[in-house]
Design a protein around this ligand. Sequence first.
Ligand code: SAM
Length: 230
Amino acid sequence: MSMEPRRPDPQQTWTAVDGYFNGLLVEEDAALLAAVAASEAAGLPPHQVAPNQGKLLSLLARVHGARRILEIGTLGGYSTIWLARALPEGGHLVTLEADERCAVVATRNLERAGLAGVVEVRTGPALETLPQLEAEGAEPFDLVFIDADKPGNPAYLEWALRLTRPGSLIIGDNVVRDGAVTDELSTDPRVQGVRRFTERLGAHPRLTATAVQTVGEKGYDGFVLALVTG
Ligand SMILES: C[S@@+](CC[C@H](N)C(=O)[O-])C[C@H]1O[C@@H](n2cnc3c(N)ncnc32)[C@H](O)[C@@H]1O
């Protein structure tokens, strides 16, 4: 009987590596931990960004000097807290959430984090709340984080372009779909939503973008980062 050396389980390795870097680099304080706990207690799905991705969002917002941030897809407000904490004095974040229950949990989590005066949670399908923002004459957003239903991504990109300015950043989460993004014949509307989104990002004359694959405790995924150039 041959004794093949046992290969490490990739998922276990990714989780251990996330744990190593998060332990040294990513501070999840009481408010962030409480936001996750309260979301779980309320029965919300554990679809928030990983801690290191939350920190990445926060760092991108800070490097960019974002003063106005728009988030599409709030869930329990975990990514919202990371992003809102990156804002300078006087900064503002609007986060859009379709599900009333999520919006209630997020509002409480944001209050607990001391961010009630900085963040506005708007409840309703984003394709209703985005036109409202435009109709109200909202000032351009410096950063848009798209993290809601993936079939909606192409439409959210068009709205993001209407609500930003040259120099704004647009970030889209969960674009790898466990690798299924390469499957042009996929019948999954989330995969097709991400594919149309990526095609538009690549072809749009006002955008330059890239996509990065990630692995970690949340599995195999990735995000896109786009700069509004004109
Ligand atoms: C992946 S979760 C957001 C996670 C959150 N950004 C975080 O990292 O903490 C996606 C959220 O989008 C919301 N959503 C789904 N469809 C939506 C829509 N049409 N308009 C607004 N929000 C929507 C879902 O209810 C869910 O809370």
